[in-house]
Design a protein around this ligand. Sequence first.
Ligand code: CA
Length: 229
Amino acid sequence: MKILLVEDETEIGELIKNGLEKEGFVLDYCQDGDSGMEHAMTRSYDAIVLDVMLPGRSGLEILKVIRAGHNNVPVIIITARGETEDRIKGLDLGADDYLPKPFFVEELIARLRAIWRRSSETGMSVLSVGTLSANLMKREVVRSGVQIEMTPKEFSLLAFLMRAPGRVLTRTQILEQVWGYHFDPGTNLVDVYIRRLRSKIDIEEGVPLIETLRGVGYRMQDPDNPEEG
Ligand code: CA
């Protein structure tokens, strides 16, 4: 799940960032209103966590512009104590939820998962490809009835591949969506993780689920529409 965090207080921001990353979220982290706005308008996110009082543009101004552009990305606003009015304004402007400071990161994670659950209620909370299934809410992976342990990063990578069966995903796309890198770190990070995933999910005889397209990227097999080979 890719999140944009806009928070100017470094201490709180770092706390949120570390907490979310530990749970496998990918973050872009902005510390002022202008860069927050620029990110929100030019990149795509699964949710935006928006502080209200920011240098440059306020969180509420950013929210207003996002919604004016008919962008329905879920937004959680975080407000300082006593900013009841901002909270109400935020909800009026189309925020999905709010959290008054101080809060526990666990609380924010729970809210983000709840938003994700609501937006994926159309049956998308369990992804499946053949005998492999991944429950996005419980973060559980099962192959042919056998539960498979995954690290948060492995899970994010698997979910990203499973969302697009039959589609080729390049290393660049994977690095951006799963690791949040907008650059090539010049390592074989993706390949290493793919290898680990394969060793965990390919516990059955037959065609491996993740296909390598040499020099291009990777593809999750689409069992409904198998490719040659
Ligand atoms: Ca602030």
